[in-house]
Design a protein. Structure first.
Length: 131
């Protein structure tokens, strides 16, 4: 009986050693993947900072003014004046679409039961009153 218990314990020890080895291997793979993703993040952050620096150089007012002066004949730009700025009153109103007269507005049938005039609530209006 003790041999069987010893053999079982040795088997469990080998099995647990294999499980620990597998966990260690997977942890190393996850660590390598994490390091790779961190390197990619650092590269993208460096690229973003480079693009921001390039954008600030390209949008410098002196450079833009020089480009406009150089290409005046192609661009045909003029300086902005007060006449170029409008107000909300200058915007035309949106046209209202009026439905044709021959199309009935209420096409649903009236399935309401008739109510007595004494019980009718004044807050509730009939569809005919709305028109």
């Amino acid at each position: 009986m003790t041999r069987f218990v010893n053999a079982l314990l040795v088997f469990l020890m080998v099995l647990s050693a294999a499980a620990v080895y597998d966990m260690k291997y997977e942890a190393e793979l996850a660590s390598e993947k994490l390091a790779r993703v961190q390197r990619q993040i650092a590269q993208e952050q460096e690229r973003i900072s480079f693009l921001k620096a390039e954008w600030s150089v390209l949008t410098q007012p002196a450079r833009l003014e020089e480009l406009v002066d150089r290409h005046t004949d192609i661009l045909q730009l003029t300086p902005i004046t007060a006449n170029h700025i409008g107000t909300l009153a200058d915007i035309p109103a949106k046209p209202v679409e009026v439905p044709p007269v021959d199309v009935p507005i209420d096409v649903a049938p009236h399935d309401k039961p008739a109510q007595s005039a004494a019980v009718e609530d004044p807050a509730i209006t009939d569809d005919a009153d709305i028109r």
